[in-house]
Design a protein around this ligand. Structure first.
Ligand code: SAM
Length: 233
């Protein structure tokens, strides 16, 4: 089984509980993290944004608020069960009508070069078999002057906090996840996926290698997540 098939299977399985577990496992921080990322996207009403790995549409909805009125958000994901929840959320929450959902692969975006003012991804890069290719695809579809923004789990460095966090993440998250969805597997994948993901400094280097200018990054909540922002030259 490829990583893509494995990841798609996980998200199709956990879709109905994904939002709740997200809120519980992040101590309700996830919403604030997404809002921070949207604020860094530099959007104005009327902008056109692509949200890659949109999942249940939480970031897409925040983006819609930022480009309202007159803007457009495309949310792309390859797990139909996640998109189904997104569809329900967007239908029930204004201005969800600005969001159009597309089933597709982040590594082969079905859009022409320079189509969007911004491309975002939240908790998605870590799941891709080729992070650099995912970022390159986002850069390709953004117009010159537009931004590529990633919100992703990161690696905290402060002593004690770091140890406590890893204990929580490696042991308690899989346990709580198993309670939440009734099966082992998906929430054991979460700590493994972070181990395989580069440190935020290295992710910054990926942005620079792609000529995504300015690329600073912001660490939130003691560095357990990071937001990277790069501008396409
Ligand atoms: C952790 S969820 C994040 C969802 C959402 N962005 C959020 O902030 O909650 C990761 C999402 O990435 C999607 N995904 C993973 N690999 C993908 C790929 N290659 N192409 C498209 N979607 C992918 C999964 O289906 C899943 O919905």
């Amino acid at each position: 089984m490829t990583k893509e098939e494995y990841v798609r299977g996980i998200f199709n399985n956990i879709a109905p509980r994904y939002d709740l577990l997200n809120t519980v496992l992040s101590f309700n921080r996830d919403r604030g993290w997404r809002r921070f990322a949207v604020a860094r996207a530099g959007l104005v009403p009327g902008d056109k944004v692509l949200d890659v790995c949109c999942g249940t549409g939480m970031l897409a909805l925040e983006l819609a608020r930022a480009v309202n009125p007159g803007g457009q958000v495309i949310g792309l994901d390859f797990a139909p069960a996640m998109l189904q929840i997104a569809r329900r959320r967007l239908a029930a929450s204004p201005p969800g009508h600005l969001v159009q959902l597309v089933e597709g692969n982040a590594l082969e975006l079905p859009f022409a070069d320079n189509t969007f003012d911004c491309a975002t991804v939240a908790f998605g890069l870590r799941n891709l078999p080729d992070i650099k290719r995912g970022l390159a695809e986002m850069r390709r579809v953004v117009r010159p002057g537009g931004r590529v923004v990633s919100l992703e789990l990161a690696k905290p460095s402060r002593p004690i906090f770091k140890q406590l966090y890893y204990f929580y993440f490696d042991h308690l998250v899989p346990f709580i996840g198993r309670l939440g969805i009734g099966i082992d597997g998906p929430y054991s994948y979460l700590p493994r996926s972070l181990k395989g993901y580069p440190h935020q400094e290295e992710v910054l280097q990926y942005f620079r290698d792609l000529d995504l200018e300015g690329a600073p990054y912001y660490e939130l909540t003691g560095g357990i997540v990071a937001v990277h922002v790069g501008i396409k030259k």
